[in-house]
Design a protein around this ligand. Structure first.
Ligand SMILES: CC(C)(COP(=O)(O)OP(=O)(O)OC[C@H]1O[C@@H](n2cnc3c(N)ncnc32)[C@H](O)[C@@H]1OP(=O)(O)O)[C@@H](O)C(=O)NCCC(=O)NCCS
Length: 186
């Protein structure tokens, strides 16, 4: 049976998140991968691509708040034909270390590779890229909450804590002002 025209593949079917699919295009082993830095105007499609990797879906009304809390230039991914097939990023944090000093930290997040492109080294390449960026920003530590902790030792990460408890007075905990403003009445 002949394949349908490429345009019929444009209906994104990688639920959840309805993220832009890397199809149509060449098969993964022949695809031309471009390392692409995120820009604010592409935030939603990038976010959807990351959600696809985690099998999550953010309600549309929260996207604006997510964008407000994101520095797009700290996020990147590989694209194929303009579509994200991997996502990676970091948030700017300070980490208190033994002795009490606070050091700049890269808080790694949004680590995903589209299922068709896995085990081809995209995570490894993304991690190397992030370490270069972090070094250029003067961030001497990288840390993350690992969904799959077995992956990260090979990149130099170690287990810092197996459990985490956060506490605070609920009447004193607030959203960052820009996130609260973006959320509005939500
Ligand atoms: C985890 C994920 C990002 C890996 O991406 P990838 O491009 O396939 O990874 P790479 O091909 O660059 O693999 C790098 C190394 O990690 C290993 N690795 C990859 N995924 C692994 C896993 N789930 N468990 C153990 N090792 C893994 C590879 O074998 C490879 O090892 P090597 O270089 O020593 O041979 C991808 O599977 C994914 O998106 N998963 C769903 C989302 C997710 O779990 N993200 C991580 C949240 S912490």
């Amino acid at each position: 049976m002949p394949l349908p025209p490429a345009s019929e593949y444009d209906e994104d079917d990688d639920a959840p998140g309805n993220a832009p699919s890397p199809r149509p295009g060449p098969p993964p082993h022949l695809a031309e991968l471009t390392l692409t830095t995120l820009t604010a105007d592409r935030f939603e499609e990038f976010h959807r691509a990351a959600e696809r990797g985690f099998q999550e879906e953010t309600p549309p009304e929260f996207l604006e708040a997510e964008l407000a809390a994101t520095e797009p230039e700290r996020f990147f991914g590989f694209t194929v034909g303009g579509r994200w097939v991997s996502t990676f990023g970091s948030v700017r944090r300070m980490l208190t270390v033994p002795g009490g000093a606070a050091v700049p930290m890269s808080g790694v997040t949004a680590v995903t590779v589209h299922s068709a492109y896995r085990r081809r080294g995209l995570l490894r390449r993304s991690m190397a890229h992030e370490f270069e960026l972090a070094r250029s920003r003067g961030e001497i530590v990288a840390a993350l909450f690992a969904a799959e902790s077995g992956i990260y030792g090979r990149f130099g990460y170690g287990n810092a804590a197996s459990e985490l408890y956060l506490s605070g007075r609920t009447d004193a905990l607030v959203l960052r002002p820009e996130a609260a403003a973006a959320l509005g009445d939500c």
